[in-house]
Structures are given as C-alpha cells and as structure tokens.
Design a protein around this ligand. Structure first.
Ligand code: GLY
Length: 440
C-alpha cells in the first residue's frame, strides 16, 4: 500500500479522512466531507460505485480493528467517520482513539445505547428520560408475566442489533408468546434475541431528531420522519427505511421539549456514567398529540446517523458539516460555527422487488445519468457490472438508491424527488409513492 508523504506544501488544516460504510447514508456523508475545508484525501470503505465518484474506495473489513488501524497507518488517515452501528458496537472507535486517530462515533460503551435495548431502557429509567414502561425478559415465564397485564398490540424488542428487524408488534397474546419463544431460543435473530424487552405500546407519530455532539455540547439537526413499512399507507413489513423527509412541521415548542427532556438528560447521563460520547445521537421519538398538550417519549436511541434520514437532512445544510463532525470528534464543538439550513427535502428509497424479503440482484440501472437541479442520488445496494468500462451499474442489495429532492417548499422537494425516481429504472424496482404523506 502506498504511504502518503507529508510535504511542506500540505495545508496543515487539512487531513486525510476515512468514512466507514457503504450505503446511502455514507454516500451522503462522503458528499459533505468531499466539500469540507478539513478534507485533503477522502477514503471510504467499503464504499459503492456512487461514492467512487467523490472518494477513493477500498475493500477492507470495517468490523476488524486491525484492518482499519492498518489502513489508517498506510493512508495517513487522521480522522475517521463511522457510519453504521456494527463497527461502533465492536469498539472500532475505541481502538482507533487508542492509536491517536480522531473519530466521529462513540466507543463501545456509548454504542450500548443502540446495541442493547435493555441497556437503553434502564439508562432512560435511571435518568428520568420519558419512555414507555417495560420489562426485560430472558425466559418464557418472564415473558408471560410481562405480557399478561398488557393489552394488544404487544411490543416485543430483541435486545441486540438486528439491522432494523428487531421490533415486533403482536395482535394477540398467543402470537406474542410464540414470538418471544422464537427469539429466546435464538431461532429468529440468534443471540440478538436471547434477551427481549416487552414494553407498553406508545401511540402517536414517529419523529427522528439527530444531534451532533462532543458529549458536552450539541448541534440539533432538523427534525425528520422515516417511513419504515414497505408499502404505501404504512402497510407491509418493516424495512431499513423506504424514505424520509425534513423538516417535519411540528407544534410550537416540540424541539425545545426534545432538547430539555431527552437530549440534555441523555448527554448528562452519559457524562455522569463516565461515557465519553462523541458522534451523533439519534433520538427515535413518539409524539402524541391526542391529549391536551403534546407528549414525547423515546422509542429508541441509535448512536449513528439514520438511514435514510441523513440523505434527507444533510442536503438542507449549507455550512461545513465535515468541520462540525471533526469538532465533535475533537471535543471542540463549541468552537464550531452554527449549522445553517434552509428549505425542505424529501428522500425516496428505490428497492429491489421483493425486499425486505428475498430479491434478485444484478439488474442494470438506467437513468442515473440524468441531472436535475436540486436532486441528489445516493447509492446504496449497487455495484459495477463485470465490464466496468461499459459503465453499467447493477443492483446489488435491497435498498438500491436514495433519491432526494430539495426545494423551497415541501411540495417542490417532493415533485423533484419523484420526477427523478420516474426517470430511473431497473427490473423489479419498487418505491413508495406516498413518502411525506403526513405532511401533505
Ligand atoms: N431510519 C432508521 C435507522 O436509521 O435506524
């Protein structure tokens, strides 16, 4: 591997940056970093064909700390941005920091907010953060005792990481007990399901709020809403996300509530427990507006940028996102400029037919060359065709592309996104036609 030699002519304010991950979220993060004043060379692993246009991509094992550390040494990487949850849960951020590398993303202790639902629930209880009542169960008797006093829909969560497939709603108690049995014995999700959290159903509308933080201070990003079900009308199984939009129109005072009763107590709690959290805190919230005054509760924390929320949120920002990520990693977020945003965005995820169930890969994608002002296309499950020089891009995963429209209004953003979507085609392509329904 070629080592970069620093010369007197290198700009000392710039550094070589590595992004770990290869989905739409990482394409969007890489786009922001490629424009940042902090970036000298931009590297992404494993990346994808879309990312290849703005960064050097490399095939390394992103969950193996030796591979990542060796790569950083070989390519003179000073700053690493970790996209997905798995390397964070594995403690990749810890081992990079031990080697003096700046990292955007928490260590394994902070990542437990996402990698263990039971840990997150107990953390919220300890720190008075609103979340629905829950029981943590490790055997069938405990599950039965937790289910009996509750009514349908029964909410059952696998404790561990499950790539968005660890939350279940059951309409009757028999179905709930059977589900718990399948999780506890490892049949459904392996070790991730061997502890389950059973909690009260929280009514309302889901809301995602992300905050970039250095553990002390924070920058709240615009509120967004993800659409997790595969079909229009929020029907069908859950997916990794079929689309998102930002900002969500909220009643007055909701973002203040998010800050005061969720974000600040969470950051205080992390600090009080000795957890140095530098990265992004994803607050998956339920907003219930049915009572006299709106109420908020936390459904889940994630410890990384959301996908596809990131693809909807970051294009709204005109400032230097890369500099903000670096400031958070260095513990200097207070010194960083406020992030400036404008307009509205809407992201439509195009998937392979059959996803989130079985699907075929390898279909050529047409229409990618079309350019529309205010439209971003982020690659996820794509790959080059065998004849790379023919420039064919093929489908290679479930969530193939995130197509984002940005405009002065929500309607404009939506029209742009869907105009682009209708120009792109591949065999079996599926997408929801109603992203943003709750806003229109
Ligand atoms: N959009 C949901 C997630 O990123 O987990």
């Amino acid at each position: 591997m070629k080592q970069k030699i620093k010369t007197l002519f290198d700009d000392p304010a710039k550094m070589n940056v590595l992004v770990l991950g290869g989905g739409g979220r990482e394409h969007c993060l890489a786009e922001a970093l490629s424009k940042s004043r902090i970036t000298a060379e931009l590297h992404v692993a494993p990346g994808n064909p879309g990312i290849e246009k703005i960064a050097k991509v490399h095939d390394i094992d992103t969950r193996n700390s030796f591979s990542v550390k060796n790569f950083c040494a070989a390519f003179d990487i000073e700053f690493v941005v970790i996209g997905p949850e798995a390397p964070l849960a594995e403690g990749i951020a810890d081992s990079l920091r031990e080697n003096g590398i700046k990292v955007f993303g928490p260590g394994a202790a902070g990542a437990k907010l996402e990698s263990s639902k039971a840990f997150a629930k107990l953390f919220m209880r300890r720190h008075g953060i609103p979340t629905s009542r829950f029981d943590i169960c490790t055997n069938q008797e405990e599950c039965r005792a937790a289910l009996l006093p509750r009514t349908a829909p029964y909410v059952i969560k696998a404790d561990g990481l499950a790539a968005g497939k660890g939350v279940f709603l059951a309409d009757d108690i028999r179905e709930a007990e059977a589900l718990c049995g399948n999780l506890l014995c490892g049949a459904k999700l392996g070790t991730a399901g061997m502890t389950v959290v059973i909690e009260d159903f929280a009514p309302g509308k889901e809301l995602t709020v992300l905050a970039i933080t250095d553990g002390k201070t924070y920058r709240l990003l615009e509120p967004s809403r993800d659409h997790k079900r595969v079909f229009d009308g929020d029907k069908g199984p859950n997916t990794g996300g079929m689309g998102a939009y930002a900002p969500v129109t909220l009643p007055d005072g909701i973002m203040d509530m998010v800050r005061d009763i969720v974000l600040v107590p969470t950051l205080d709690g992390l600090r009080n427990e000795g957890i140095d959290f530098r990265g992004v805190l994803y607050m998956g919230l339920m907003l219930d507006e049915t009572g006299g005054s709106p109420s908020l509760s936390v459904i889940e924390y994630n410890v990384r940028f959301g996908d596809p929320e990131t693809q909807a949120i970051l294009p709204l920002y005109s400032g230097d996102i890369g500099a903000a990520l670096l400031a958070a990693a260095e513990g200097n977020l207070d010194d960083c400029d406020e992030l400036v945003h404008s307009g509205c965005s809407l992201c439509v995820v195009m998937t392979s037919g059959g996803y989130p169930g079985g699907f075929k890969r390898g279909f050529p994608i047409s229409g990618l060359e079309k350019e529309l002002p205010g439209v971003h296309i982020y690659h996820g499950g794509t790959r080059h065709g065998a004849e790379k020089e023919q420039k064919k891009i093929l489908t290679a995963g479930g969530r193939v592309l995130s197509v984002v429209g940005v405009g002065a209004t929500f309607t404009e953003a939506k029209e742009k996104a869907y105009e682009m979507v209708s120009a792109i085609n591949f065999e079996g392509a599926h997408y929801r036609k109603d992203i943003g329904w709750s806003e229109s």
